[in-house]
Design a protein around this ligand. Structure first.
Ligand SMILES: Cc1cc2nc3c(=O)[nH]c(=O)nc-3n(C[C@H](O)[C@H](O)[C@H](O)COP(=O)(O)OP(=O)(O)OC[C@H]3O[C@@H](n4cnc5c(N)ncnc54)[C@H](O)[C@@H]3O)c2cc1C
Length: 447
């Protein structure tokens, strides 16, 4: 058997897991990522948090590469272990991925974009990069978040939700420093954080002994302040709560923030994104000024950096062999061709509104993500899609879009494409059993 060459487009959580999984299956792998950093939204978007879709509050639902990465991050004191929402240090996250990819022999090209691809009669794919170079590969993983490569190859995709095509708003996340943790501990009222169960926003990480800050979701303290400041014309962000303020592991006093909200029709349109970026940047300064005015311990915070990339929650879903639905998620549906499990809530940041709609799955339950959602219904024989843009309706994607499920989907995609290329078959003919067998062998959780 010759060594197949696989190209992975996109270095977000799904593309990274796909590249690593394919290389560990014996493929020669090239990973292409436009940003100068690995991690996609997890670093370039400053979304430095694993949401709780990988633990159902009684067992881990996601193992494999995600489990391994998580253990490395814990050992590096770069992740607070809570099994719900786990903040991590983004630079260590990038470095950990770099090491894991290098150990597996993945050729990583940062600052590069895949621009075009053509399927040849023998099912190989000719791929053009934006530096003019050309590669001939045996399979491609589209992990661009937008189904961009699939679209170039003629795969149908759908923007946003059914009916009006609306997508969730985009957000410019940021990191600040200068938070006085003890002043926050003394000045913030007690409340139960429904996400992490902390009774106060300042807590002590049991592993490192570090004191740090974490807030997520609605709050009896913050939400009325938002109403008051918006009514007084001092705050312009159209959101009724602060989604996340999370202390950065290893850097007490630093925190990253997910608070802004910019409405957009199509986040893949560069002109719309340029306008959204300007609005998102203005919201960063607005948010920091609000925190300084209103939050104990935040009086002297200052901006360290905005995210390299505007945070995109949703754009296109590809038309795949199966379309996962919100109903499948809420009814905890199990599929014979399961490649990953998920327990994360359906979390919809409402388009055109300051509200967020959440529908939780009960503790101890999950739904399955089927293999067929990764395979385009039409298109090149060896093109697979990973991450948030797999085949699903808007409700289902609002659940599995978080980072750990994205990695689990990516791992399955990487295994599938490597096996199909090694065997010289189309993805549609590979059979999910081969993918499941390998997933089980490498510690993925399927049942
Ligand atoms: C504001 C915000 C807050 C969030 N909060 C959380 C959270 O707290 N916890 C959590 O777990 N998840 C969170 N998420 C969700 C999560 O970050 C994303 O859904 C997840 O990163 C999706 O992974 P992905 O690999 O599919 O895509 P992405 O992370 O979007 O990665 C796609 C990659 O493809 C690259 N790419 C694009 N075009 C090309 C091309 N032509 N060639 C090559 N590469 C290309 C991009 O540069 C990017 O790096 C949040 C998302 C947002 C936007």
């Amino acid at each position: 058997m010759t060594t197949p060459h696989i190209l992975v487009a996109g270095g977000g959580p799904s593309g990274l897991a796909a590249a690593l999984a394919a290389a560990r299956c014996g493929a020669s792998v090239t990973l292409i990522e436009p940003h100068p950093v690995l991690g996609g939204m997890g670093t370039a978007g400053l979304v430095n948090n694993f949401c709780g879709g990988y633990h159902d509050r009684s067992r881990f639902l996601i193992g494999g590469i995600f489990g391994e990465l998580r253990q490395r991050m814990i050992a590096a004191h770069a992740l607070y272990e809570t099994r719900r929402m786990e903040p991590y240090e983004p630079e260590v996250y990038h470095r950990t991925w770099s090491e894991m990819l290098a150990e597996a022999g993945v050729q990583t090209q940062l600052g590069r974009r895949l621009q075009n691809l053509t399927e040849l009669p023998d099912s190989r794919l000719q791929v053009n990069l934006d530096n003019g170079s050309q590669l001939l590969v045996d399979g491609v993983v589209d992990a661009t978040g937008d189904g961009l490569i699939a679209h170039m190859a003629g795969v149908k995709r759908q923007l946003g939700r059914d009916g009006d095509g609306a997508v969730m708003p985009v957000t410019m996340c940021y990191r600040f420093t200068g938070l006085d943790i003890e002043a926050a501990a003394a000045g913030w009222p007690s409340h139960v954080d429904p996400v992490n169960g902390h009774t106060r926003p300042v807590y002590t990480d049991p592993h490192s002994g570090e004191r740090n800050f974490f807030h997520s979701g609605h709050s009896d303290f913050i939400d009325p302040l938002i109403v008051q400041e918006r009514a007084a014309g001092r705050l312009s962000i159209p959101r009724d709560h602060v989604a996340v303020i999370q202390g950065v592991p290893g850097c007490p006093g630093d925190a990253t923030v997910n608070f802004g909200r910019v409405f957009i029709d199509d986040p893949t349109d560069p002109e719309q994104m340029a306008r959204a970026q300007a609005a998102g940047e203005a919201q960063v300064h607005d948010g920091i000024a609000f925190f300084r005015r209103c939050f104990p311990g935040f009086e002297n915070i200052r901006l360290v950096t905005m995210a390299r990339a505007m945070g995109v929650r949703q754009s296109y879903q590809i038309d795949g062999q199966y379309r996962l639905t919100a109903e499948d998620c809420l009814s905890q549906r199990q599929f014979e061709d399961v490649i990953a499990q998920c327990n994360y809530m359906i979390d919809i940041h409402e388009p055109g509104s300051d509200k967020t709609t959440c529908q939780l799955l009960p503790h101890g339950t999950h739904y399955d993500i089927p293999w067929r959602c990764l395979i385009p219904r039409q298109g090149p024989a060896r093109l697979i899609v990973a991450g948030r843009c797999i085949s699903a309706d808007a409700g289902a994607m609002a659940s599995f879009r978080v980072q750990a499920p994205a990695m689990a989907i990516g791992e399955a995609a990487g295994i599938g494409i490597a096996l199909a290329a090694q065997r010289g078959v189309a993805l549609a003919d590979l059979g999910h059993e081969a993918v499941q067998e390998r997933l089980r062998a490498v510690g993925a959780v399927l049942e």
